[in-house]
Design a protein around this ligand. Structure first.
Ligand code: DOR
Ligand code: ZN
Length: 418
Protein backbone atom coordinates (compact mmCIF):
# COMPACT_ATOMS: atom_id res chain seq x y z
CA UNK A 1 0.00 0.00 0.00
CA UNK A 2 1.42 3.37 -1.04
CA UNK A 3 1.18 6.79 0.56
CA UNK A 4 0.55 9.14 -2.32
CA UNK A 5 0.17 12.76 -3.25
CA UNK A 6 -1.55 13.14 -6.59
CA UNK A 7 -0.83 16.66 -7.76
CA UNK A 8 -3.15 18.79 -9.85
CA UNK A 9 -5.91 16.30 -10.67
CA UNK A 10 -9.23 17.55 -11.92
CA UNK A 11 -12.28 16.09 -10.20
CA UNK A 12 -15.42 15.09 -12.12
CA UNK A 13 -17.06 18.42 -11.18
CA UNK A 14 -14.18 20.34 -12.81
CA UNK A 15 -12.38 21.51 -9.65
CA UNK A 16 -8.61 21.07 -9.60
CA UNK A 17 -7.02 19.70 -6.45
CA UNK A 18 -4.21 17.67 -4.90
CA UNK A 19 -5.27 14.28 -3.53
CA UNK A 20 -3.53 12.69 -0.55
CA UNK A 21 -3.64 8.98 0.22
CA UNK A 22 -2.44 7.22 3.37
CA UNK A 23 -3.31 3.81 4.77
CA UNK A 24 -5.59 3.09 1.80
CA UNK A 25 -7.78 6.16 2.32
CA UNK A 26 -7.93 9.73 1.13
CA UNK A 27 -6.59 12.08 3.82
CA UNK A 28 -6.61 15.85 4.14
CA UNK A 29 -2.84 16.49 4.39
CA UNK A 30 0.12 15.21 2.39
CA UNK A 31 1.59 12.22 4.27
CA UNK A 32 5.33 12.52 4.92
CA UNK A 33 7.38 10.52 2.44
CA UNK A 34 4.44 10.18 0.06
CA UNK A 35 5.10 9.19 -3.53
CA UNK A 36 4.33 12.15 -5.78
CA UNK A 37 2.24 11.64 -8.90
CA UNK A 38 1.85 14.39 -11.45
CA UNK A 39 -1.78 14.41 -12.58
CA UNK A 40 -1.64 17.62 -14.58
CA UNK A 41 -4.29 17.37 -17.31
CA UNK A 42 -5.79 14.21 -15.84
CA UNK A 43 -9.26 13.65 -14.39
CA UNK A 44 -9.66 11.67 -11.15
CA UNK A 45 -12.79 9.53 -11.15
CA UNK A 46 -13.97 7.17 -8.40
CA UNK A 47 -12.94 3.56 -9.08
CA UNK A 48 -15.35 2.03 -11.57
CA UNK A 49 -17.73 -0.75 -10.49
CA UNK A 50 -18.91 -3.42 -12.94
CA UNK A 51 -22.18 -5.08 -12.03
CA UNK A 52 -21.82 -7.77 -14.73
CA UNK A 53 -18.51 -9.59 -15.32
CA UNK A 54 -17.86 -13.21 -16.32
CA UNK A 55 -14.64 -14.41 -14.66
CA UNK A 56 -14.98 -18.12 -15.66
CA UNK A 57 -13.33 -19.48 -12.51
CA UNK A 58 -13.94 -22.14 -11.34
CA UNK A 59 -14.38 -24.40 -14.33
CA UNK A 60 -13.26 -22.58 -17.46
CA UNK A 61 -9.84 -21.27 -16.44
CA UNK A 62 -8.60 -21.56 -20.03
CA UNK A 63 -10.90 -18.65 -20.91
CA UNK A 64 -10.24 -16.44 -17.86
CA UNK A 65 -9.35 -16.64 -14.18
CA UNK A 66 -10.10 -14.35 -11.30
CA UNK A 67 -6.48 -13.16 -11.48
CA UNK A 68 -6.53 -12.35 -15.23
CA UNK A 69 -10.09 -11.03 -15.24
CA UNK A 70 -9.47 -8.65 -12.36
CA UNK A 71 -6.16 -7.57 -13.95
CA UNK A 72 -8.21 -6.66 -17.03
CA UNK A 73 -10.69 -4.89 -14.76
CA UNK A 74 -7.93 -2.79 -13.16
CA UNK A 75 -6.58 -1.98 -16.62
CA UNK A 76 -10.07 -0.74 -17.52
CA UNK A 77 -10.33 1.50 -14.44
CA UNK A 78 -12.36 -0.82 -12.19
CA UNK A 79 -11.89 -1.38 -8.47
CA UNK A 80 -14.80 -3.82 -8.11
CA UNK A 81 -16.52 -6.39 -10.31
CA UNK A 82 -19.61 -8.48 -9.68
CA UNK A 83 -18.87 -12.02 -10.82
CA UNK A 84 -21.73 -13.69 -12.70
CA UNK A 85 -22.96 -17.04 -11.43
CA UNK A 86 -22.51 -19.08 -14.65
CA UNK A 87 -19.25 -20.70 -13.59
CA UNK A 88 -18.75 -24.49 -13.34
CA UNK A 89 -20.08 -25.35 -10.86
CA UNK A 90 -22.67 -22.58 -10.81
CA UNK A 91 -22.61 -20.20 -7.83
CA UNK A 92 -25.85 -21.51 -6.35
CA UNK A 93 -24.94 -22.36 -2.72
CA UNK A 94 -23.25 -20.64 0.23
CA UNK A 95 -20.33 -23.01 -0.30
CA UNK A 96 -19.88 -21.86 -3.90
CA UNK A 97 -19.99 -18.26 -2.66
CA UNK A 98 -17.21 -19.09 -0.18
CA UNK A 99 -15.17 -20.51 -3.09
CA UNK A 100 -15.60 -17.21 -4.94
CA UNK A 101 -14.44 -15.28 -1.88
CA UNK A 102 -11.40 -17.51 -1.56
CA UNK A 103 -10.54 -17.14 -5.26
CA UNK A 104 -10.76 -13.37 -4.87
CA UNK A 105 -7.87 -13.25 -2.40
CA UNK A 106 -4.94 -11.48 -4.04
CA UNK A 107 -7.02 -10.28 -6.99
CA UNK A 108 -6.49 -6.86 -8.61
CA UNK A 109 -10.02 -5.67 -7.80
CA UNK A 110 -12.75 -6.52 -5.34
CA UNK A 111 -14.78 -9.52 -6.56
CA UNK A 112 -18.40 -9.65 -5.45
CA UNK A 113 -20.14 -12.97 -6.16
CA UNK A 114 -23.57 -13.01 -7.78
CA UNK A 115 -25.71 -16.02 -6.85
CA UNK A 116 -27.88 -17.87 -9.34
CA UNK A 117 -31.67 -17.66 -9.07
CA UNK A 118 -32.21 -21.32 -9.95
CA UNK A 119 -30.12 -24.36 -9.12
CA UNK A 120 -27.55 -25.02 -11.83
CA UNK A 121 -29.19 -22.26 -13.94
CA UNK A 122 -31.61 -25.01 -14.93
CA UNK A 123 -34.77 -22.95 -14.42
CA UNK A 124 -36.44 -25.66 -12.35
CA UNK A 125 -36.02 -25.08 -8.61
CA UNK A 126 -34.74 -22.09 -6.69
CA UNK A 127 -31.13 -21.89 -5.50
CA UNK A 128 -30.37 -21.45 -1.81
CA UNK A 129 -31.09 -17.72 -1.93
CA UNK A 130 -31.26 -17.19 1.85
CA UNK A 131 -28.09 -19.23 2.40
CA UNK A 132 -26.19 -17.26 -0.22
CA UNK A 133 -27.45 -14.00 1.27
CA UNK A 134 -26.08 -15.13 4.65
CA UNK A 135 -22.73 -15.60 2.85
CA UNK A 136 -22.89 -11.99 1.61
CA UNK A 137 -24.76 -12.13 -1.73
CA UNK A 138 -27.26 -9.38 -2.59
CA UNK A 139 -27.57 -9.78 -6.38
CA UNK A 140 -29.02 -12.93 -7.97
CA UNK A 141 -29.03 -13.79 -11.67
CA UNK A 142 -29.41 -16.72 -14.06
CA UNK A 143 -27.54 -14.64 -16.64
CA UNK A 144 -27.18 -16.51 -19.88
CA UNK A 145 -30.85 -17.46 -19.54
CA UNK A 146 -34.07 -15.81 -18.44
CA UNK A 147 -35.72 -17.21 -15.35
CA UNK A 148 -38.24 -19.22 -17.39
CA UNK A 149 -41.57 -18.44 -15.69
CA UNK A 150 -43.25 -15.55 -13.90
CA UNK A 151 -44.02 -17.96 -11.07
CA UNK A 152 -40.35 -18.64 -10.44
CA UNK A 153 -39.54 -14.93 -10.63
CA UNK A 154 -42.22 -14.31 -8.02
CA UNK A 155 -40.99 -17.10 -5.73
CA UNK A 156 -37.39 -15.86 -6.02
CA UNK A 157 -38.34 -12.25 -5.33
CA UNK A 158 -40.36 -13.31 -2.29
CA UNK A 159 -37.18 -14.88 -0.89
CA UNK A 160 -35.18 -11.70 -1.59
CA UNK A 161 -37.70 -9.27 -0.05
CA UNK A 162 -36.59 -9.67 3.59
CA UNK A 163 -33.09 -8.40 2.76
CA UNK A 164 -34.06 -6.23 -0.23
CA UNK A 165 -31.99 -8.30 -2.65
CA UNK A 166 -32.15 -7.69 -6.37
CA UNK A 167 -33.01 -10.09 -9.16
CA UNK A 168 -30.86 -9.27 -12.22
CA UNK A 169 -32.63 -10.62 -15.30
CA UNK A 170 -31.12 -11.69 -18.62
CA UNK A 171 -34.08 -10.97 -20.90
CA UNK A 172 -34.36 -13.62 -23.62
CA UNK A 173 -37.66 -15.44 -23.91
CA UNK A 174 -36.54 -18.97 -24.79
CA UNK A 175 -39.68 -19.67 -26.84
CA UNK A 176 -38.91 -16.68 -29.09
CA UNK A 177 -35.10 -16.83 -29.03
CA UNK A 178 -33.74 -20.27 -28.18
CA UNK A 179 -30.15 -21.47 -28.12
CA UNK A 180 -29.83 -21.47 -31.93
CA UNK A 181 -30.96 -17.84 -32.35
CA UNK A 182 -27.60 -16.28 -33.08
CA UNK A 183 -28.19 -12.65 -34.10
CA UNK A 184 -30.79 -9.90 -34.29
CA UNK A 185 -33.84 -10.97 -36.33
CA UNK A 186 -34.01 -8.54 -39.23
CA UNK A 187 -32.61 -7.65 -42.60
CA UNK A 188 -29.09 -8.90 -41.84
CA UNK A 189 -30.17 -12.25 -40.33
CA UNK A 190 -32.39 -12.91 -43.36
CA UNK A 191 -29.62 -12.00 -45.78
CA UNK A 192 -27.13 -14.30 -44.00
CA UNK A 193 -29.61 -17.11 -43.39
CA UNK A 194 -29.11 -17.05 -39.61
CA UNK A 195 -31.85 -17.84 -37.12
CA UNK A 196 -32.78 -14.51 -35.55
CA UNK A 197 -33.54 -13.27 -32.02
CA UNK A 198 -36.43 -10.84 -32.31
CA UNK A 199 -36.69 -7.61 -30.37
CA UNK A 200 -39.78 -8.88 -28.54
CA UNK A 201 -37.80 -11.76 -27.00
CA UNK A 202 -36.19 -9.09 -24.81
CA UNK A 203 -39.14 -6.77 -24.21
CA UNK A 204 -41.69 -9.45 -23.22
CA UNK A 205 -39.44 -10.60 -20.37
CA UNK A 206 -38.90 -7.02 -19.17
CA UNK A 207 -42.68 -6.50 -19.28
CA UNK A 208 -43.31 -9.74 -17.36
CA UNK A 209 -40.76 -9.04 -14.66
CA UNK A 210 -41.69 -5.40 -14.03
CA UNK A 211 -45.26 -6.53 -13.41
CA UNK A 212 -44.08 -9.06 -10.82
CA UNK A 213 -41.73 -6.53 -9.17
CA UNK A 214 -44.56 -3.95 -9.09
CA UNK A 215 -46.95 -6.34 -7.41
CA UNK A 216 -44.42 -7.41 -4.76
CA UNK A 217 -42.56 -4.12 -4.25
CA UNK A 218 -39.41 -6.10 -5.02
CA UNK A 219 -36.18 -4.95 -6.65
CA UNK A 220 -35.48 -5.86 -10.27
CA UNK A 221 -32.43 -5.08 -12.38
CA UNK A 222 -32.58 -5.52 -16.15
CA UNK A 223 -29.32 -6.75 -17.63
CA UNK A 224 -27.94 -5.53 -20.97
CA UNK A 225 -30.88 -3.62 -22.45
CA UNK A 226 -30.40 -3.66 -26.23
CA UNK A 227 -33.68 -2.54 -27.83
CA UNK A 228 -35.83 0.56 -28.19
CA UNK A 229 -38.85 -1.57 -27.21
CA UNK A 230 -37.11 -2.66 -24.02
CA UNK A 231 -36.41 0.99 -23.18
CA UNK A 232 -40.09 1.83 -23.72
CA UNK A 233 -41.20 -0.85 -21.26
CA UNK A 234 -38.66 0.39 -18.72
CA UNK A 235 -39.99 3.95 -19.11
CA UNK A 236 -43.48 2.68 -18.46
CA UNK A 237 -42.36 0.83 -15.33
CA UNK A 238 -40.23 3.66 -13.93
CA UNK A 239 -43.10 6.07 -14.52
CA UNK A 240 -45.23 3.89 -12.23
CA UNK A 241 -42.72 3.67 -9.41
CA UNK A 242 -41.58 0.09 -10.05
CA UNK A 243 -38.27 -0.56 -8.26
CA UNK A 244 -36.45 -1.39 -11.47
CA UNK A 245 -32.95 -0.40 -12.60
CA UNK A 246 -31.21 -1.23 -15.86
CA UNK A 247 -27.82 -1.48 -17.51
CA UNK A 248 -26.46 -1.11 -21.03
CA UNK A 249 -23.27 -2.64 -22.40
CA UNK A 250 -20.58 -0.83 -24.40
CA UNK A 251 -21.12 -2.96 -27.51
CA UNK A 252 -24.80 -1.99 -27.62
CA UNK A 253 -23.77 1.68 -27.36
CA UNK A 254 -21.36 1.54 -30.31
CA UNK A 255 -21.77 -1.47 -32.62
CA UNK A 256 -24.60 -2.60 -34.93
CA UNK A 257 -25.70 -5.89 -36.50
CA UNK A 258 -24.28 -4.75 -39.85
CA UNK A 259 -20.92 -6.02 -38.53
CA UNK A 260 -22.17 -9.60 -38.83
CA UNK A 261 -21.78 -9.37 -42.59
CA UNK A 262 -18.04 -9.82 -41.94
CA UNK A 263 -18.78 -13.36 -40.70
CA UNK A 264 -16.56 -12.68 -37.66
CA UNK A 265 -17.94 -14.63 -34.70
CA UNK A 266 -16.36 -12.12 -32.29
CA UNK A 267 -19.52 -10.10 -32.87
CA UNK A 268 -21.82 -12.90 -31.73
CA UNK A 269 -23.24 -11.95 -28.34
CA UNK A 270 -26.46 -12.31 -26.33
CA UNK A 271 -28.43 -10.13 -26.51
CA UNK A 272 -27.23 -9.53 -30.07
CA UNK A 273 -25.95 -6.41 -31.75
CA UNK A 274 -28.97 -4.47 -33.02
CA UNK A 275 -29.79 -1.92 -35.76
CA UNK A 276 -28.67 1.72 -35.47
CA UNK A 277 -32.14 2.85 -34.24
CA UNK A 278 -31.75 0.65 -31.17
CA UNK A 279 -28.23 1.97 -30.56
CA UNK A 280 -29.60 5.51 -30.57
CA UNK A 281 -32.46 4.47 -28.24
CA UNK A 282 -30.12 3.00 -25.60
CA UNK A 283 -27.82 6.05 -25.80
CA UNK A 284 -30.83 8.34 -25.26
CA UNK A 285 -32.01 6.16 -22.36
CA UNK A 286 -28.58 6.25 -20.72
CA UNK A 287 -28.57 10.02 -21.13
CA UNK A 288 -32.03 10.58 -19.61
CA UNK A 289 -31.64 8.01 -16.80
CA UNK A 290 -34.12 5.41 -18.05
CA UNK A 291 -31.06 3.16 -18.21
CA UNK A 292 -29.21 3.73 -14.93
CA UNK A 293 -25.74 2.35 -15.51
CA UNK A 294 -23.16 0.96 -17.89
CA UNK A 295 -21.92 -2.56 -17.14
CA UNK A 296 -19.64 -4.71 -19.30
CA UNK A 297 -20.87 -8.29 -19.78
CA UNK A 298 -17.13 -9.04 -20.17
CA UNK A 299 -17.45 -12.58 -21.61
CA UNK A 300 -14.03 -14.06 -22.37
CA UNK A 301 -13.92 -17.10 -24.66
CA UNK A 302 -11.09 -19.27 -26.00
CA UNK A 303 -10.31 -18.98 -29.71
CA UNK A 304 -11.48 -22.59 -30.07
CA UNK A 305 -14.96 -21.64 -28.81
CA UNK A 306 -15.22 -18.77 -31.30
CA UNK A 307 -13.52 -20.40 -34.28
CA UNK A 308 -16.67 -22.22 -35.41
CA UNK A 309 -19.56 -21.70 -37.83
CA UNK A 310 -21.53 -18.65 -36.71
CA UNK A 311 -24.48 -20.64 -35.37
CA UNK A 312 -22.22 -22.81 -33.18
CA UNK A 313 -19.75 -20.23 -31.83
CA UNK A 314 -19.99 -19.22 -28.17
CA UNK A 315 -21.74 -15.89 -27.63
CA UNK A 316 -19.90 -13.13 -25.83
CA UNK A 317 -17.12 -10.61 -26.15
CA UNK A 318 -14.61 -8.89 -23.91
CA UNK A 319 -15.31 -5.44 -22.59
CA UNK A 320 -13.59 -4.53 -19.31
CA UNK A 321 -10.61 -2.80 -20.88
CA UNK A 322 -12.53 -0.83 -23.53
CA UNK A 323 -15.76 0.14 -21.82
CA UNK A 324 -14.56 3.51 -20.58
CA UNK A 325 -13.24 4.34 -24.06
CA UNK A 326 -16.63 3.49 -25.59
CA UNK A 327 -18.61 5.52 -23.06
CA UNK A 328 -16.30 8.52 -23.53
CA UNK A 329 -16.63 8.22 -27.32
CA UNK A 330 -20.40 7.75 -27.47
CA UNK A 331 -21.61 9.80 -24.48
CA UNK A 332 -19.01 12.23 -23.07
CA UNK A 333 -17.33 13.61 -26.21
CA UNK A 334 -20.71 14.28 -27.92
CA UNK A 335 -21.82 16.14 -24.76
CA UNK A 336 -24.63 13.73 -23.81
CA UNK A 337 -23.24 13.20 -20.29
CA UNK A 338 -20.41 14.93 -18.45
CA UNK A 339 -17.66 13.39 -16.30
CA UNK A 340 -19.80 13.58 -13.17
CA UNK A 341 -22.57 11.81 -15.08
CA UNK A 342 -20.11 9.14 -16.12
CA UNK A 343 -19.01 8.66 -12.48
CA UNK A 344 -22.66 8.28 -11.51
CA UNK A 345 -23.31 5.66 -14.19
CA UNK A 346 -20.11 3.64 -13.85
CA UNK A 347 -19.24 3.92 -10.13
CA UNK A 348 -21.77 5.44 -7.69
CA UNK A 349 -24.96 3.86 -9.09
CA UNK A 350 -23.65 0.35 -9.81
CA UNK A 351 -22.23 0.18 -6.26
CA UNK A 352 -25.58 1.31 -4.86
CA UNK A 353 -27.57 -1.20 -6.95
CA UNK A 354 -25.22 -3.95 -5.77
CA UNK A 355 -25.46 -2.80 -2.11
CA UNK A 356 -21.69 -2.29 -1.93
CA UNK A 357 -21.37 0.62 0.50
CA UNK A 358 -17.58 0.94 0.46
CA UNK A 359 -17.26 1.23 -3.34
CA UNK A 360 -18.57 4.03 -5.55
CA UNK A 361 -17.79 6.53 -2.80
CA UNK A 362 -16.94 10.17 -3.46
CA UNK A 363 -13.29 11.22 -3.67
CA UNK A 364 -13.04 12.88 -0.26
CA UNK A 365 -10.96 12.69 2.93
CA UNK A 366 -11.83 9.62 4.98
CA UNK A 367 -13.13 7.61 2.00
CA UNK A 368 -11.39 4.50 0.61
CA UNK A 369 -8.77 5.52 -1.98
CA UNK A 370 -10.43 3.89 -5.00
CA UNK A 371 -9.78 5.94 -8.09
CA UNK A 372 -8.91 5.95 -11.74
CA UNK A 373 -6.82 8.67 -13.38
CA UNK A 374 -8.14 9.48 -16.84
CA UNK A 375 -6.53 11.28 -19.76
CA UNK A 376 -9.47 12.89 -21.57
CA UNK A 377 -7.47 13.60 -24.75
CA UNK A 378 -5.52 10.39 -25.48
CA UNK A 379 -6.60 8.11 -28.31
CA UNK A 380 -5.30 4.81 -29.63
CA UNK A 381 -6.09 2.13 -32.18
CA UNK A 382 -7.35 -0.92 -30.30
CA UNK A 383 -4.96 -3.89 -30.39
CA UNK A 384 -6.48 -7.04 -28.81
CA UNK A 385 -2.99 -8.26 -27.89
CA UNK A 386 -2.57 -5.32 -25.50
CA UNK A 387 -4.60 -6.95 -22.77
CA UNK A 388 -4.45 -8.45 -19.30
CA UNK A 389 -7.30 -10.85 -20.12
CA UNK A 390 -6.68 -14.36 -21.42
CA UNK A 391 -9.18 -13.76 -24.20
CA UNK A 392 -8.89 -12.06 -27.58
CA UNK A 393 -12.58 -11.91 -28.58
CA UNK A 394 -12.38 -8.14 -28.77
CA UNK A 395 -14.98 -6.49 -31.03
CA UNK A 396 -13.16 -3.13 -31.02
CA UNK A 397 -10.10 -4.45 -32.86
CA UNK A 398 -8.65 -1.78 -35.17
CA UNK A 399 -10.97 1.03 -34.06
CA UNK A 400 -9.54 4.43 -33.16
CA UNK A 401 -11.00 5.16 -29.73
CA UNK A 402 -10.19 7.21 -26.62
CA UNK A 403 -7.43 5.71 -24.45
CA UNK A 404 -8.53 7.17 -21.13
CA UNK A 405 -7.17 4.92 -18.38
CA UNK A 406 -3.77 6.09 -17.08
CA UNK A 407 -3.71 4.47 -13.63
CA UNK A 408 -6.04 2.68 -11.23
CA UNK A 409 -5.77 2.59 -7.42
CA UNK A 410 -7.75 0.24 -5.21
CA UNK A 411 -7.60 1.02 -1.48
CA UNK A 412 -4.52 3.11 -2.20
CA UNK A 413 -2.74 0.29 -3.98
CA UNK A 414 -1.85 0.85 -7.60
CA UNK A 415 -3.44 -1.94 -9.66
CA UNK A 416 -2.74 -0.54 -13.11
CA UNK A 417 -0.48 2.07 -14.72
CA UNK A 418 3.11 3.21 -14.73
O1 DOR B 1 -23.09 -13.24 -24.89
C1 DOR B 1 -23.21 -13.65 -23.74
N1 DOR B 1 -22.23 -14.34 -23.14
N2 DOR B 1 -24.34 -13.41 -23.07
C2 DOR B 1 -24.59 -13.96 -21.87
O2 DOR B 1 -25.63 -13.71 -21.32
C3 DOR B 1 -23.63 -14.89 -21.25
C4 DOR B 1 -22.28 -14.63 -21.74
C5 DOR B 1 -21.28 -15.69 -21.39
O3 DOR B 1 -21.27 -16.18 -20.28
O4 DOR B 1 -20.43 -16.01 -22.26
ZN1 ZN C 1 -26.70 -11.97 -20.11
Amino acid sequence: MDDLTIVGAQLADGTRTDLHVAGGRFVAESPSGARRIDADGLIALPGLVDLHTHLREPGREESETVATGTAAAARGGFTAVFAMANTTPVTDTAEAVATQHRLAEGASAEVVPIGSVTRGLAGQELSDIAGMHAAGVTVFSDDGFSVPTAGLVRAAMEQMLPFDGVLAEHCQDATLAGPSACCHEGEVSRELGHEGWPTMAESVIIARDVQVAKELGARLHICHVSTAEGVEVLRWAKGRGVRVTAEVMPHHLLLTHELLRSGDTTFKVNPPLRPAEDVEAVRAALEDGTIDIVATDHAPHRAADKDKPFADASPGLVALEQVLAVVVETMVLPGRIDWAGLATRMSHRPAAIGSLPHQGRPIAAGEPANLVLVDPAARAVIDPEQTSSKARNNPYRGLDLPAPVVATYWQGRQTWGG
